[in-house]
Design a protein around this ligand. Sequence first.
Ligand code: AMP
Length: 194
Amino acid sequence: MRLILLGPPGAGKGTQAQRLVEKYGIPQLSTGDMLRAAVAAGSPVGLKAKAVMDAGELVSDEIVNAIVAERIDQADCATGFILDGYPRTLVQADSVEKMLDERGIKLDVVIELVVDDKALVGRIANRAEETRAAGKPVRKDDDPAVFPERLREYYKKTAPLIGYYYAKGSLKQVDGMADIDAVTAQIDELLKSA
Ligand code: AMP
């Protein structure tokens, strides 16, 4: 099973991806996590990505395409994977298509978590508050001052992918405003027919 989770930051892609990992035993490929690991390791990619990420902007297509291409060749991706937070631009979407074609594999479905922007701003503010209350550092890009920039990036650069995948017949939508278990149930239902 190879699928893409699409939706703005804070839509719950990561949470649903983790549930799919448990259910299907395939890995979650989160480019956000991979980039944060690169930043923490101080690798050349991390050094380039840090300021861009902190500002809530998108890291270059070249960098993310390269890290995903390398990751999908690892053994645990042989039977499938969940792309979470990737692709995020049309250039990245073309790159995914090429990567899959070159490997003779197919994408099963693109699932969009449809959410309401105002609720997202509230969700992210809560996430930041809970993290702070737990005594942990808040991600710079979850800061309520930076989050609107991430949303703008989403609408400018990522939202066009909805039309792109719709036109290909790959897009399925779920109500991302439902509670977490209900979103999972909608996704399960879709995957039965995918
Ligand atoms: P996320 O955890 O998916 O919200 O990603 C955190 C940040 O990492 C984003 O705001 C971007 O700066 C960067 N990032 C993650 N995935 C991508 C991607 N596919 N393309 C460009 N930048 C990305």
